[in-house]
Design a protein around this ligand. Sequence first.
Ligand code: ZN
Length: 505
Amino acid sequence: MTANEAYAELVRRAKELGVVNSCAAALGWDHQTYMPPKGVVLRGEQLSFLASLAHQKLTDPKVGELLSAVEGSELVRDPECDAGANVRELRRAYDRATKLPPALVEELSRVTTEAQQVWELAKKKNDYASFRPLLGRVVELKRQEADAVGYQHHRYNALIEEYEPGTTVAELKALFAGLTAELAPLVQKIAAATKRPDTTVLAREFPIDRQKVFAEAAAVAIGFDFGAGRLDTTAHPFCSGFGPGDCRITTRYNPHFFNEAFFGVLHETGHAMYEQGLPAAHFGTPLGAACSFGIHESQSRLWENQVGRGRPFWDHFYPRLRQTFPTALADVDADTFFFAINDVRPSLIRVEADEATYNLHIALRFELEQALLSGDLTVADLPGAWNERFEALFGLKVPDDARGCLQDIHWSFGGIGYFPTYTLGNLYAAQLMDAAKRDLGAGLDDDFRRGDYRRLKHWLGMHIHQHGQRFRAGELCRRATGAPLSPQPFLSYLNEKFGALYGVC
Ligand code: ZN
């Protein structure tokens, strides 16, 4: 078999696996949206059948033979050409999947399923003790996973690799150190500012049917293609790209709080536009897939915060919002509304945090999960360590574990190494926005004031979406912005925006 034939067979198999995974995604979306409750057992069987079929296809020894037949050939000499990138990333996925012993995969799946159920109850009852043994088990199994797949310097590197290939704990530590050193004092200055927004205007009556119409109009305006997607309602909002021509997003409406659904929709639309912008011809192969979790999150945060919480966006949308909600907003001027949606205050819960304090929540989790994995911190000491560090960062006392170390689902499903991707998303978003403004000129804000987002969307398509996994995240950022990732663009953005709003800095 020639290298060309081997590569063609690899692509055929990858596309087949892409189809299997998209079937699972469609069933998973239905599970969260419209499936009747009694369908849950059958759905479990369908999904576990597809998961094992996908695993079989991914770890088939034939894939290893095909990869070996292509590697070293002329076809992949340029690691960033089509075949070079596809083979590089297929090798990564194949190695990772085949290095894990089946017994460990099974045990991880069993323990994390149980841990998620126990965590949910433990959070409800504020009972960390009931979750502790399972968390200990998860941490131990993740150590075994890291040892099985291999790593350099630190076990944590093996786990980050699942979400952010090519990024190391050393790089993350440097980013977080630079970020937190400036962010913590900025947040304290804002917290101490006497100028405060009136956030009660966002907690008035916002009828759900009108919220839906308005949010959909905003999603269309920024570029979501409803001919290739849907917006539905779920308890926990998400975006699921099935493949070319079909990407589903969801949100959750709160009739007494405007921000929840609206900014949730902008966020998920950002994810969805990335999915809709991936090159359809490469579906199933790495070139047709998103680069990393951090880059994915940069697309959602860019539209949600950099654009959607910016003044030019609301210069266009606020008059329309007022028409949509005449009762709630009759006496609220644009300045009051804009200040309210940019409320910054230290708070206990990550998912409710504003764009400035949010990253301190992540810094805390990043520190603690490294310590858990290395054994410097035991699961028994986690609540104490959490509360102490939280108070140092936020100046707030944690009243109970439900609002402390039990608040997130991530550790229960084994997602150690996942949290940093949220902050990477924020940092990438700011740096990309700077680069887009530099490339497209100051007129970009004028586009936004007219409700025109086409040039920004096109820029993101050219610099991010169309590349799939051709480049690793760090290289993609360097090519798009001309520099490696740095916390500075994000910090400058925060200082400028919140300095003006709160009269600090
Ligand atoms: Zn997201």
